[in-house]
Ligand binder design. Sequence first.
Ligand SMILES: [Zn+2]
Length: 79
Amino acid sequence: MITCTRCGNETWASELVTRGGPVMLAGPHGTAPQPVVARVCTACGYIELYGPQPIVDQPAVSEATTAQNVPATAPAPLH
Ligand SMILES: [Zn+2]
């Protein structure tokens, strides 16, 4: 459990979402962009942002994320 650094209440995980889709953070060299993770405190409104976690470290999380979002994580090629 990650607690709020401001008030100590429990936070919950979410994504930053726009009308065009989730806000992505370009990964290290050679890796596809992945969604930014937000930890939100509903008690005081404090939000912390976390960069994408390496897929190899958390396979279960990456599978769940893939199932909920567009299957292809690679950006569409530009013309
Ligand atoms: Zn808080």
